[in-house]
Design a protein around this ligand. Structure first.
Ligand SMILES: Nc1ncnc2c1ncn2[C@@H]1O[C@H](COP(=O)(O)OP(=O)(O)OP(=O)(O)O)[C@@H](O)[C@H]1O
Ligand SMILES: [Zn+2]
Length: 606
């Protein structure tokens, strides 16, 4: 790695360089902040595009201890932007490699890599999270983001959330129970299309790609579904269309049975004949569908088959070319041969954009369908981006937003962390790349930060559920009419289902790190989420409220009152749960431009 200009040249010793850097940091940050930062321990989750940048930034800011967690190993495709990794590192752990790569300029910072899934409670229990002063998210998926958000709420520590998509990016500082959390606003889910558009009346390339990937590929090579097809799932009232689609699907299931038995020729002929000829003939006969649309024209299989012999096999590797109809047919037949052979030996297959056999099939099938329906066709390169939901990552965007993430963390050490922090995001205005606004207060209806939160500590998993139930009623004042759900949706207790009370947690396969969700069926008290910890040194069950400044367990408000309460900030100042309600906090004024952009931003998923 080359030395960066502002720092002393590498001829100086490690200690000299570190000292010189610390002097510069003290000049920039002031001694007090510098000391606080160098005594802080932080967690960086994700060592990918943003994570590599952020690790470098946090180190150069002089953080005392940085832990880096990532579950993945390095791929060739990471090297263009994850600058801490080199060709020789491919297949190695991202967390370990990133930490090793920054050793040269790590100064006095203590670094600890963790190769593992941050959601794995045995490797990363809540007690492990508690050691950190700040958590930085540099993740690429909602599930892990939501999980870390919950952990930050459980330990009541700031979380600096960041994400980028192409040229867009966002940094959201989250101060639990004081500002919006990651789950306060709904995140956009992937776009879906009506079934009838995909199955009967496609009009865009994406419809044909979705059909080839999610329907045709899965039906032929995916897991067999036990369920009967439900006509209601076809999302159409047209009796003729329903009949055609049911017939189509049943025939496909029959075809699937032949994959293992038939020779390649027989199998391929049957697939092409059925999918691109017979099914289309049947659809074309349903006049109601084509009153305002162009009728599909079945593939002239015989005609195109004759032309296939003249084609060079090299066409398969030309992913930039928009293939002709016969070229698509050629690739379809070739990929069907490859997939049939694999299915015979490996069994069920999954679509993967980086698996050439599956990609070739999806591209050729989508393009042939497009051709039949008079829709433009696309190159394999383009379809790979669409089918793999790929928006190319931009190294500069990652660097910019990682920079903002690290800068936002400075506010944690200021006199007014919430007041000083800013949500930073890309601007939609030509003369501005990024813009900012103050974080908003949490949404009182948020299912993550709008509810009460606690920790159940038990000496062992031999404790009966009944013991926990008893403590819950005693500590929080619930009536007996509560329901207790564990994990995603497993009901383990309610008023009419008391069987489990005499079972131990172990027998109920409830382990350390399980999350209990308790709701009051009488609707009198707030819901509560409890994290289960096993502490063998304890002798009894304890239930702890988590936050110092927390939303108190209180009577649910009626609908109208809840609306008013949106703007209220409630605080509780001591363990005796004395409730002080402030005057409704005024929304901080936002520039109109910011407010508009922010409201749009809140809908996007990054
Ligand atoms: N549950 C998780 N636990 C730990 N690390 C995770 C978890 N989920 C995602 N990550 C890591 O977060 C990082 C996100 O980085 P990035 O968005 O650059 O994705 P990538 O997988 O490296 O690149 P790409 O998806 O573009 O090929 C990845 O290194 C990924 O392994
Ligand atoms: Zn929230």
């Amino acid at each position: 790695m080359r030395w960066i200009s502002n720092f002393p040249p590498p001829s100086k010793t490690f200690t000299e360089r570190t000292m010189a850097r610390d002097i510069q940091l003290i000049r920039i940050l002031g001694e007090e902040t510098y000391n606080k930062i160098s005594n802080s321990k932080v967690l960086l989750v994700g060592a990918g595009g943003i994570g590599c940048e952020l690790l470098k930034d946090l180190l150069l800011m002089g953080y005392g201890e940085i832990h880096v967690a990532d579950l993945d190993t390095i791929d060739l495709s990471n090297l263009n932007r994850q600058f801490l990794f080199r060709q020789k590192d491919i297949k190695k752990s991202k967390a370990n490699t990133a930490v090793a790569a920054v050793a040269l300029f790590k100064g006095n910072t203590r670094l600890e890599p963790h190769h593992g899934n941050i959601m794995d409670v045995s490797q990363f229990p809540l007690s492990w999270f508690r050691q950190f002063d700040i958590i930085f998210n540099a993740l690429d998926n909602l599930e892990a983001r939501v999980y870390v958000n919950r952990m930050a709420l459980f330990i009541n520590k700031p979380l600096i959330e960041s994400g980028t998509t192409g040229l867009k990016g966002q940094v959201q500082p989250i101060f639990p129970y004081l500002t919006e959390c990651f789950e306060c606003t709904a995140k956009e889910t992937p776009k879906t299309f009506p079934v009838c558009t995909i199955r009967s009346t496609p009009s865009k390339p994406i419809h044909c790609i979705t059909w080839a990937k999610n329907f045709l590929f899965t039906q032929l090579f995916g897991e067999e579904s036990e369920d009967e097809i439900n006509p209601a799932d076809l999302e159409t009232d047209d009796a003729q269309e329903i009949e055609a689609l049911l017939k189509e699907t049943n025939e496909l299931l029959e075809l699937k049975k032949l994959i293992k038995e038939d020779s390649a020729e027989e199998f391929i002929d049957s697939v092409v004949e059925k999918i691109f000829v017979e099914d289309i003939v049947r659809l074309a006969k349903i006049d109601t569908l084509w009153k305002t649309r162009q009728k599909p024209i079945p593939l002239n299989y015989e005609l195109y088959s004759k032309k296939l012999k003249e084609l060079p096999t090299s066409i398969i590797s030309d992913d930039q070319k928009i293939w002709t109809t016969e070229e698509n047919l050629f690739v379809l037949i070739d990929s069907l041969k490859r997939l049939q052979a694999r299915y015979k030996s490996e069994g069920v297959l999954d679509f993967d954009k980086d698996d050439k056999d599956t990609l070739d099939f999806v591209v050729a099938a989508a393009n042939l369908r497009s051709f039949i329906f008079g829709i433009e066709t696309k190159s394999e390169f383009e379809i790979k981006q669409i089918a793999g939901n790929i928006i190319p990552a931009v190294a500069t965007t990652n660097a910019i937003f990682a920079g903002f993430s690290s800068l936002q963390s400075l506010n944690v050490f200021s006199d007014d962390p919430v007041g000083n922090s800013r949500l930073i995001y890309d601007s939609e205005y030509i003369n501005k790349f990024v813009t900012q606004c103050p974080p908003l207060p949490g949404n009182s209806n948020c299912k993550a930060c709008g509810i009460q939160r606690g920790i159940i500590t038990v000496p062992s998993l031999d404790i009966q559920l009944g013991e926990i139930h008893k403590q819950l009623l005693k500590k929080f004042g619930y009536s007996d009419d509560v329901s207790i759900v564990v994990g995603n949706n497993r009901l383990i207790y309610d008023y009419d289902f008391e069987d489990n009370l005499i079972s131990s947690l172990k027998d109920l396969t409830i382990g350390s790190g399980s999350i209990f969700f308790v709701s009051d069926s009488d609707d009198d008290l707030q819901d509560i989420e409890l994290y289960l910890e096993v502490a063998p040194q304890e002798t009894d069950i304890t239930l702890t409220d988590i936050t110092i400044k927390k939303k108190p367990l209180k009577k649910k408000e009626s609908k109208e009152e809840v609306t008013i309460q949106d703007d209220q900030m409630e605080e509780i100042f001591d363990e005796d749960e004395i409730l002080l309600i402030d005057e409704p906090a005024e929304k901080r004024p936002l520039e109109i431009e910011q407010e508009e952009t922010y409201s749009k931003r809140k809908k996007s998923t990054i």
